[in-house]
Design a protein around this ligand. Structure first.
Ligand SMILES: Cc1cc2nc3c(=O)[nH]c(=O)nc-3n(C[C@H](O)[C@H](O)[C@H](O)COP(=O)(O)OP(=O)(O)OC[C@H]3O[C@@H](n4cnc5c(N)ncnc54)[C@H](O)[C@@H]3O)c2cc1C
Length: 485
């Protein structure tokens, strides 16, 4: 930011300023505001996007949404499909082969998680996230508000936010700024962060439409249909409930670009792919996008961070763009909250890039691999769950709860029982972060890797903070990486 007067009074002083109200910005805002952190989310559009884009929410992200009480609302807009692909000559052919997409079946998910992926489109999820964010007292959301400048020093960040409706400019002072402003990210550019990798892997076109196609598919419905008909090769996927669909295909030289096609051309293409004549689709939108597989060279500069598409661009192969964005934002959100609550020192923030950039790299590389979509759940689910606490069911006051349900906002201590005095031991940890101790019984304790007579300390995201074998010896060295205060 070149011209912002340093001394100018700020009209807003949130603790954290978030640019962008896509999935990453909304999740970052919720993760922060659930800790009572003052957060302002500014979004340059007049409203959230109505594009369906991402069509599937991963197992781990459904765990996060479940913990926030959003699972039922998300599933209410999800298509019930086999979480795999169907390669077929036309939708009506009745013949084809199943291909994996890296997502677990219901049975596979039940073995490792209290939930499972949801085939719910982004335009169903985003309003739910926005509603939850707005319900949190310490959060504010402003539309028509574009972040256009940032300046930072040891004390904080000063940002310039333009009001696109009135043309006015305002200054916002915050302790941290998060760039959740998508692939063209102004925050990334202002922080001097570069994207590495190709941005021209292919030119794709997508059509969002409604048409009565569900009845063509028989009893088994799939997350995506890969249609191989020579005149209509394309991917056709349901967009949540009803007969809402998306068709996407790579443009090849000699073909009409779908963005230039007439409604009749598009109707003919959809009819051919469907394998029935005279389908009359209601076309909502036709758009073009380029395939990019890029990763930011850094995720942080000082008090500024990038999350989601601002930090990485992925092709839709594997459906990881939004899913990675949500996990980035959730991770950074609780870490910033711990620092701002005074529970951890600023060193904790270094773990955001250290943990999330390798995850971004994996998904960028997968999305750049032409066969990257067709991976098994055995190969990809561990990347999604990312080594968090193992899920086991246990009884609490007569109700079945998951071990993941025991995780609290601070540290969570899990031990087989309280005979060794773990409640008292937790109180001896010399830290401001709250520590909640839960007995889980011998068999669950063994299942989650607790050594006999010992305990584990877990972060709010279910990652191991420390093994604690002996209640009389606090695991100070193991906890050092969290910078606890
Ligand atoms: C056709 C298509 C299909 C896809 N399919 C999948 C899929 O199946 N699975 C999957 O996981 N992902 C998929 N994706 C990717 C997914 O849509 C993105 O990864 C996801 O939207 C990223 O979320 P985000 O919040 O980081 O960015 P965005 O959703 O791009 O949100 C960024 C927001 O920031 C706002 N903004 C920009 N600049 C500023 C500024 N200066 N100030 C304030 N606000 C600003 C923008 O208006 C926007 O609302 C798909 C994408 C496309 C295009």
């Amino acid at each position: 930011m070149k011209d912002a007067p340093m001394a100018m009074a700020a009209t807003h002083q949130p603790q954290v300023l978030v640019a962008g109200a896509g999935p990453a910005g909304l999740v970052a805002g919720i993760a922060l505001a659930r800790y009572g952190i003052g957060v302002l989310v500014v979004e340059k559009r007049a409203a959230i996007s109505t594009l369906s884009r991402a069509l599937v929410i991963s197992t781990r992200n459904m765990e996060i949404l479940r913990a926030w009480g959003l699972e039922a609302a998300v599933r209410a807009g999800a298509a019930e499909v086999e979480p795999c692909g169907w390669v077929t000559s036309t939708l009506a052919s009745g013949e084809g082969v199943e291909i994996p997409l890296g997502y677990p079946t219901t049975a596979e998910a039940a073995a490792v998680s209290p939930t499972r992926p949801a085939w719910a489109p982004q335009d169903h999820l985003e309003p739910l996230l926005l509603e939850q964010l707005r319900s949190l007292p310490s959060a504010q959301v402003r539309f028509d508000a574009e972040l256009i400048g940032i300046e930072q020093d040891d004390d904080g960040v000063r940002a310039v936010v333009g009001d696109r409706a009135s043309g006015d400019t305002q200054y916002v002072c915050a302790e941290f700024v998060i760039g959740a402003d998508g692939a063209p990210s102004a925050v990334r550019a202002l922080l001097g962060i570069r994207l590495e990798g190709p941005d021209d892997l292919a030119e794709y076109h997508g059509i969002q439409f409604s048409a009565p196609l569900t009845g063509l598919l028989g009893a088994r419905r799939y997350g995506i249909n890969v249609v191989t008909h020579p005149d209509a090769a394309a991917v056709i996927a349901p967009r949540g409930l009803g007969d809402r669909w998306t068709l996407a295909r790579e443009w090849r030289p000699g073909q009409v670009r779908l963005v230039d096609a007439t409604e009749n051309d598009i109707a003919r293409l959809i009819s051919t792919a469907a394998g029935v004549p005279h389908v009359r689709p209601r076309i909502e939108r036709v758009s073009a996008f380029s395939f990019a597989a890029q990763l930011a060279d850094r995720y942080r500069v000082g008090r500024g961070f990038v999350v989601g598409d601002a930090a990485h661009r992925m092709t839709p192969r594997g459906g990881t763009g939004m899913n990675t964005a949500i996990q980035d934002a959730y991770d950074l959100g609780w870490k910033l909250a711990w620092v701002l609550r005074g529970w951890a020192g600023p060193d904790l923030l270094a773990s955001y890039e250290a943990e999330r950039r390798p995850a971004g790299r994996h998904n960028v590389e997968r999305s750049g691999d032409p066969g990257g979509a067709r991976r098994t759940a055995v190969a990809e689910l561990p990347h999604d769950l990312n080594g968090r606490l193992a899920h086991h069911w246990l009884l609490r006051r007569g109700c079945a709860v998951s071990t993941l349900d025991l995780l609290e906002d601070g540290l969570t201590l899990l031990a087989a029982d309280d005979e060794a005095g773990w409640d008292a031991a937790a109180a001896t940890l010399d830290t401001r972060v709250p520590v909640a101790a839960h007995p889980v019984g011998t068999s669950v304790a063994a299942g989650i890797g607790v050594a006999s007579g010992g305990a584990v300390l877990l972060r709010p995201d279910g990652q191991l903070a420390a093994n604690w074998p002996d209640p009389t010896v606090p695991p100070a060295a193991e906890l050092a990486h969290l910078g606890l205060r």
